[in-house]
Design a protein around this ligand. Structure first.
Ligand SMILES: [Zn+2]
Length: 305
Protein backbone atom coordinates (compact mmCIF):
# COMPACT_ATOMS: atom_id res chain seq x y z
CA UNK A 1 0.00 0.00 0.00
CA UNK A 2 1.66 3.18 -1.12
CA UNK A 3 1.03 6.27 0.92
CA UNK A 4 1.64 9.82 -0.13
CA UNK A 5 -0.23 11.69 2.58
CA UNK A 6 1.62 12.79 5.63
CA UNK A 7 -0.22 13.08 8.89
CA UNK A 8 0.86 15.29 11.74
CA UNK A 9 -0.38 14.41 15.18
CA UNK A 10 0.07 16.41 18.32
CA UNK A 11 2.50 14.60 20.54
CA UNK A 12 0.41 15.51 23.56
CA UNK A 13 -2.13 12.97 22.38
CA UNK A 14 0.37 10.26 23.08
CA UNK A 15 0.44 11.08 26.77
CA UNK A 16 -3.20 11.98 27.19
CA UNK A 17 -4.20 8.69 25.63
CA UNK A 18 -2.50 6.83 28.43
CA UNK A 19 -5.59 7.28 30.52
CA UNK A 20 -7.73 5.15 28.26
CA UNK A 21 -5.22 2.86 26.59
CA UNK A 22 -3.04 0.17 27.92
CA UNK A 23 -0.04 -1.45 26.36
CA UNK A 24 -0.37 -5.20 26.24
CA UNK A 25 1.48 -6.98 29.02
CA UNK A 26 3.68 -10.02 28.81
CA UNK A 27 1.00 -12.59 29.57
CA UNK A 28 0.74 -13.84 26.02
CA UNK A 29 4.27 -14.05 24.68
CA UNK A 30 4.18 -16.26 21.62
CA UNK A 31 6.84 -18.19 19.74
CA UNK A 32 8.48 -16.64 16.71
CA UNK A 33 6.08 -16.50 13.80
CA UNK A 34 6.69 -18.63 10.78
CA UNK A 35 4.45 -16.47 8.68
CA UNK A 36 1.79 -13.84 8.71
CA UNK A 37 -1.01 -12.94 6.34
CA UNK A 38 -2.28 -9.46 5.73
CA UNK A 39 -5.38 -7.78 4.45
CA UNK A 40 -3.85 -5.23 2.17
CA UNK A 41 -0.63 -6.42 0.69
CA UNK A 42 2.71 -8.10 0.95
CA UNK A 43 4.69 -7.74 4.12
CA UNK A 44 7.87 -9.64 4.73
CA UNK A 45 7.63 -11.28 8.09
CA UNK A 46 10.94 -12.52 9.35
CA UNK A 47 12.89 -12.33 12.51
CA UNK A 48 11.98 -11.97 16.12
CA UNK A 49 8.53 -11.57 17.56
CA UNK A 50 8.35 -9.26 20.52
CA UNK A 51 4.69 -9.32 21.37
CA UNK A 52 4.18 -7.89 24.78
CA UNK A 53 6.78 -5.16 24.45
CA UNK A 54 5.56 -1.59 24.67
CA UNK A 55 8.50 -0.37 22.64
CA UNK A 56 8.51 -2.76 19.71
CA UNK A 57 5.84 -4.81 17.92
CA UNK A 58 7.79 -6.82 15.36
CA UNK A 59 9.51 -6.02 12.13
CA UNK A 60 6.29 -6.11 10.14
CA UNK A 61 5.43 -2.76 11.74
CA UNK A 62 7.30 0.49 12.19
CA UNK A 63 9.77 0.56 15.05
CA UNK A 64 7.76 3.34 16.71
CA UNK A 65 4.51 1.33 16.79
CA UNK A 66 3.04 -0.08 20.00
CA UNK A 67 0.47 -2.70 20.93
CA UNK A 68 -2.74 -1.80 22.73
CA UNK A 69 -5.69 -3.74 24.02
CA UNK A 70 -8.12 -0.92 23.19
CA UNK A 71 -8.47 2.38 21.36
CA UNK A 72 -10.07 5.58 22.67
CA UNK A 73 -13.84 5.27 22.53
CA UNK A 74 -14.32 8.64 20.89
CA UNK A 75 -14.10 10.26 17.48
CA UNK A 76 -12.77 8.17 14.63
CA UNK A 77 -11.64 5.38 16.94
CA UNK A 78 -15.01 5.03 18.68
CA UNK A 79 -16.59 1.60 18.73
CA UNK A 80 -13.32 -0.27 18.43
CA UNK A 81 -14.28 -2.59 21.27
CA UNK A 82 -16.63 -4.22 18.77
CA UNK A 83 -13.59 -5.83 17.19
CA UNK A 84 -12.44 -7.19 20.53
CA UNK A 85 -15.78 -8.93 21.01
CA UNK A 86 -15.99 -9.97 17.37
CA UNK A 87 -12.57 -11.56 17.65
CA UNK A 88 -14.19 -14.02 20.05
CA UNK A 89 -17.51 -14.26 18.19
CA UNK A 90 -15.93 -15.12 14.83
CA UNK A 91 -13.79 -17.80 16.47
CA UNK A 92 -16.81 -19.28 18.24
CA UNK A 93 -18.84 -19.29 15.03
CA UNK A 94 -16.23 -21.37 13.21
CA UNK A 95 -14.65 -23.44 15.97
CA UNK A 96 -16.96 -23.43 18.98
CA UNK A 97 -16.37 -22.32 22.53
CA UNK A 98 -13.71 -24.84 23.52
CA UNK A 99 -11.03 -23.32 21.28
CA UNK A 100 -9.22 -20.15 22.35
CA UNK A 101 -9.69 -16.96 20.37
CA UNK A 102 -6.64 -15.38 18.74
CA UNK A 103 -4.68 -12.86 20.77
CA UNK A 104 -6.06 -9.58 19.50
CA UNK A 105 -4.20 -6.27 19.71
CA UNK A 106 -4.46 -2.85 18.14
CA UNK A 107 -1.27 -1.36 16.70
CA UNK A 108 -0.87 2.36 17.23
CA UNK A 109 1.89 4.68 16.05
CA UNK A 110 1.30 8.34 16.71
CA UNK A 111 4.60 9.40 15.16
CA UNK A 112 3.96 7.51 11.93
CA UNK A 113 0.22 6.79 11.83
CA UNK A 114 0.06 5.71 8.19
CA UNK A 115 2.35 2.82 9.04
CA UNK A 116 -0.59 1.17 10.82
CA UNK A 117 -2.77 0.95 7.72
CA UNK A 118 -2.77 -2.82 7.87
CA UNK A 119 -4.15 -5.82 9.69
CA UNK A 120 -2.12 -8.99 10.15
CA UNK A 121 -2.90 -12.56 11.09
CA UNK A 122 0.00 -14.54 12.54
CA UNK A 123 0.52 -18.26 12.44
CA UNK A 124 1.21 -18.18 16.18
CA UNK A 125 -2.41 -17.30 16.85
CA UNK A 126 -2.45 -13.51 16.91
CA UNK A 127 -4.26 -10.79 15.02
CA UNK A 128 -2.75 -7.31 15.05
CA UNK A 129 -5.05 -4.57 13.84
CA UNK A 130 -3.73 -1.17 12.81
CA UNK A 131 -5.37 1.98 14.12
CA UNK A 132 -5.28 3.67 10.72
CA UNK A 133 -7.08 0.89 8.88
CA UNK A 134 -9.66 0.90 11.67
CA UNK A 135 -10.24 4.63 11.27
CA UNK A 136 -10.31 4.41 7.49
CA UNK A 137 -13.01 1.74 7.60
CA UNK A 138 -14.97 3.39 10.39
CA UNK A 139 -15.08 6.68 8.50
CA UNK A 140 -16.55 4.96 5.46
CA UNK A 141 -19.07 2.92 7.37
CA UNK A 142 -20.14 4.07 10.79
CA UNK A 143 -21.78 0.71 11.50
CA UNK A 144 -18.29 -0.82 11.37
CA UNK A 145 -19.25 -3.52 8.91
CA UNK A 146 -16.07 -2.95 6.92
CA UNK A 147 -13.98 -3.44 10.04
CA UNK A 148 -15.85 -6.61 10.95
CA UNK A 149 -15.32 -7.82 7.39
CA UNK A 150 -11.59 -7.18 7.58
CA UNK A 151 -11.41 -8.98 10.93
CA UNK A 152 -13.39 -11.92 9.52
CA UNK A 153 -10.90 -12.03 6.64
CA UNK A 154 -8.00 -12.12 9.10
CA UNK A 155 -9.69 -14.88 11.08
CA UNK A 156 -9.98 -16.78 7.80
CA UNK A 157 -6.18 -16.91 7.86
CA UNK A 158 -6.33 -18.30 11.40
CA UNK A 159 -8.54 -21.10 10.07
CA UNK A 160 -6.02 -21.71 7.30
CA UNK A 161 -3.21 -22.00 9.84
CA UNK A 162 -5.25 -24.34 12.03
CA UNK A 163 -6.41 -26.70 9.30
CA UNK A 164 -3.58 -26.55 6.77
CA UNK A 165 -5.59 -24.55 4.25
CA UNK A 166 -5.97 -23.43 1.54
CA UNK A 167 -6.00 -26.81 -0.14
CA UNK A 168 -5.03 -25.16 -3.40
CA UNK A 169 -1.47 -23.89 -3.75
CA UNK A 170 -0.49 -21.17 -6.19
CA UNK A 171 2.67 -19.18 -6.79
CA UNK A 172 1.18 -16.15 -5.04
CA UNK A 173 -0.96 -15.60 -1.95
CA UNK A 174 -4.07 -15.31 -4.13
CA UNK A 175 -5.80 -18.60 -3.31
CA UNK A 176 -5.52 -18.06 0.43
CA UNK A 177 -6.53 -14.42 0.20
CA UNK A 178 -9.59 -15.06 -1.94
CA UNK A 179 -10.61 -17.91 0.35
CA UNK A 180 -10.30 -15.56 3.35
CA UNK A 181 -12.56 -13.09 1.50
CA UNK A 182 -15.07 -15.88 0.94
CA UNK A 183 -14.93 -16.87 4.61
CA UNK A 184 -15.62 -13.25 5.52
CA UNK A 185 -18.69 -13.17 3.28
CA UNK A 186 -19.83 -16.45 4.82
CA UNK A 187 -19.46 -15.16 8.37
CA UNK A 188 -21.19 -11.83 7.72
CA UNK A 189 -24.33 -13.62 6.57
CA UNK A 190 -24.36 -16.74 8.69
CA UNK A 191 -22.66 -15.49 11.84
CA UNK A 192 -23.12 -11.71 11.87
CA UNK A 193 -26.71 -11.84 10.63
CA UNK A 194 -26.48 -9.71 7.49
CA UNK A 195 -29.18 -11.47 5.50
CA UNK A 196 -29.19 -8.91 2.69
CA UNK A 197 -26.26 -8.80 0.32
CA UNK A 198 -26.67 -5.07 -0.29
CA UNK A 199 -25.02 -3.96 2.94
CA UNK A 200 -22.20 -6.42 2.50
CA UNK A 201 -21.66 -5.40 -1.12
CA UNK A 202 -21.45 -1.74 -0.22
CA UNK A 203 -18.94 -2.46 2.48
CA UNK A 204 -16.97 -4.78 0.28
CA UNK A 205 -16.76 -2.30 -2.56
CA UNK A 206 -14.87 -0.02 -0.21
CA UNK A 207 -12.64 -2.85 0.97
CA UNK A 208 -12.07 -4.21 -2.53
CA UNK A 209 -10.46 -0.94 -3.50
CA UNK A 210 -7.52 -2.40 -1.63
CA UNK A 211 -7.32 -5.25 -4.17
CA UNK A 212 -4.32 -5.19 -6.44
CA UNK A 213 -3.52 -6.03 -10.02
CA UNK A 214 0.05 -7.02 -9.30
CA UNK A 215 -0.67 -10.60 -10.31
CA UNK A 216 2.99 -11.66 -10.32
CA UNK A 217 3.73 -10.39 -6.85
CA UNK A 218 4.10 -12.98 -4.13
CA UNK A 219 1.62 -11.03 -2.03
CA UNK A 220 -1.04 -10.77 -4.73
CA UNK A 221 -4.47 -10.79 -3.10
CA UNK A 222 -6.56 -11.16 -6.24
CA UNK A 223 -8.02 -8.45 -8.44
CA UNK A 224 -10.91 -6.38 -7.08
CA UNK A 225 -13.34 -8.26 -9.35
CA UNK A 226 -12.05 -11.60 -8.09
CA UNK A 227 -12.33 -10.45 -4.48
CA UNK A 228 -15.91 -9.33 -5.03
CA UNK A 229 -16.71 -12.65 -6.65
CA UNK A 230 -15.11 -14.52 -3.74
CA UNK A 231 -17.11 -12.68 -1.09
CA UNK A 232 -20.30 -13.26 -3.08
CA UNK A 233 -19.51 -16.96 -3.30
CA UNK A 234 -19.08 -17.11 0.47
CA UNK A 235 -22.37 -15.26 0.91
CA UNK A 236 -24.15 -17.81 -1.30
CA UNK A 237 -22.67 -20.74 0.62
CA UNK A 238 -24.17 -19.17 3.74
CA UNK A 239 -27.72 -19.28 2.41
CA UNK A 240 -29.94 -20.55 5.26
CA UNK A 241 -31.14 -23.47 3.13
CA UNK A 242 -27.60 -24.87 3.10
CA UNK A 243 -26.10 -26.83 5.96
CA UNK A 244 -23.49 -24.94 7.97
CA UNK A 245 -19.98 -25.58 6.69
CA UNK A 246 -16.85 -26.33 8.67
CA UNK A 247 -13.64 -24.60 7.69
CA UNK A 248 -12.44 -27.63 5.76
CA UNK A 249 -15.77 -28.19 4.00
CA UNK A 250 -15.85 -24.49 3.16
CA UNK A 251 -12.42 -24.94 1.60
CA UNK A 252 -13.39 -27.92 -0.55
CA UNK A 253 -16.53 -26.20 -1.78
CA UNK A 254 -14.76 -22.90 -2.38
CA UNK A 255 -12.10 -24.40 -4.59
CA UNK A 256 -14.60 -26.51 -6.45
CA UNK A 257 -16.23 -23.30 -7.67
CA UNK A 258 -12.96 -21.35 -7.70
CA UNK A 259 -12.59 -21.11 -11.46
CA UNK A 260 -15.75 -19.07 -11.44
CA UNK A 261 -14.15 -16.67 -9.01
CA UNK A 262 -11.06 -16.40 -11.18
CA UNK A 263 -12.50 -16.11 -14.65
CA UNK A 264 -16.20 -16.81 -14.70
CA UNK A 265 -16.03 -20.41 -15.86
CA UNK A 266 -17.52 -22.99 -13.58
CA UNK A 267 -17.34 -26.72 -13.50
CA UNK A 268 -20.86 -28.03 -13.76
CA UNK A 269 -20.64 -31.62 -12.54
CA UNK A 270 -21.79 -32.14 -8.99
CA UNK A 271 -18.80 -32.50 -6.67
CA UNK A 272 -18.90 -35.52 -4.40
CA UNK A 273 -18.41 -33.29 -1.38
CA UNK A 274 -21.75 -31.51 -1.66
CA UNK A 275 -25.38 -32.53 -1.78
CA UNK A 276 -27.42 -32.38 -5.02
CA UNK A 277 -29.50 -29.63 -3.43
CA UNK A 278 -26.46 -27.51 -2.68
CA UNK A 279 -25.06 -27.93 -6.16
CA UNK A 280 -28.43 -27.20 -7.78
CA UNK A 281 -28.59 -24.03 -5.71
CA UNK A 282 -25.11 -23.02 -6.81
CA UNK A 283 -25.90 -23.65 -10.46
CA UNK A 284 -28.62 -21.03 -10.31
CA UNK A 285 -25.93 -18.46 -9.47
CA UNK A 286 -23.23 -19.40 -11.97
CA UNK A 287 -24.00 -16.71 -14.52
CA UNK A 288 -24.06 -14.04 -11.86
CA UNK A 289 -20.73 -15.11 -10.39
CA UNK A 290 -19.18 -15.15 -13.83
CA UNK A 291 -20.32 -11.60 -14.51
CA UNK A 292 -18.79 -10.41 -11.26
CA UNK A 293 -15.49 -12.14 -11.90
CA UNK A 294 -15.29 -10.87 -15.47
CA UNK A 295 -15.90 -7.33 -14.37
CA UNK A 296 -19.12 -7.24 -16.40
CA UNK A 297 -21.33 -6.41 -13.43
CA UNK A 298 -21.81 -2.79 -12.49
CA UNK A 299 -21.43 -1.65 -8.90
CA UNK A 300 -25.16 -0.93 -8.83
CA UNK A 301 -26.05 -4.42 -10.03
CA UNK A 302 -23.64 -5.91 -7.49
CA UNK A 303 -25.23 -4.00 -4.64
CA UNK A 304 -28.68 -5.11 -5.73
CA UNK A 305 -28.00 -8.80 -6.04
ZN1 LIG B 1 -5.37 -11.70 3.86
Amino acid sequence: MKTTTKFVYALTGLFMSGLVLSCSDNEDVQPVDASAETMVGPVDEHGSDHDGSCSYVDNAWASSANLYTSLPNSGSTSGADLLVSQNVAIKTFWRGSSVAAPLFRFVRDLSNPRSTFNAMSYSSGKIYYGEEIYKWAKNRDGSNLINVMILAHEYGHQLQYAYGLPSRQENTARAGELEADGMAGYYLRRGYGKSSFAAIATAYEAASAIGDYDTNSGGHHGTPAQRKSAVRLGFLFADPQNAKLTATSFDSNFFYYYNGVLNGTYRMAQPSSVTPEFHAFMLTHMEELGKIANGEMSDEEYRNL
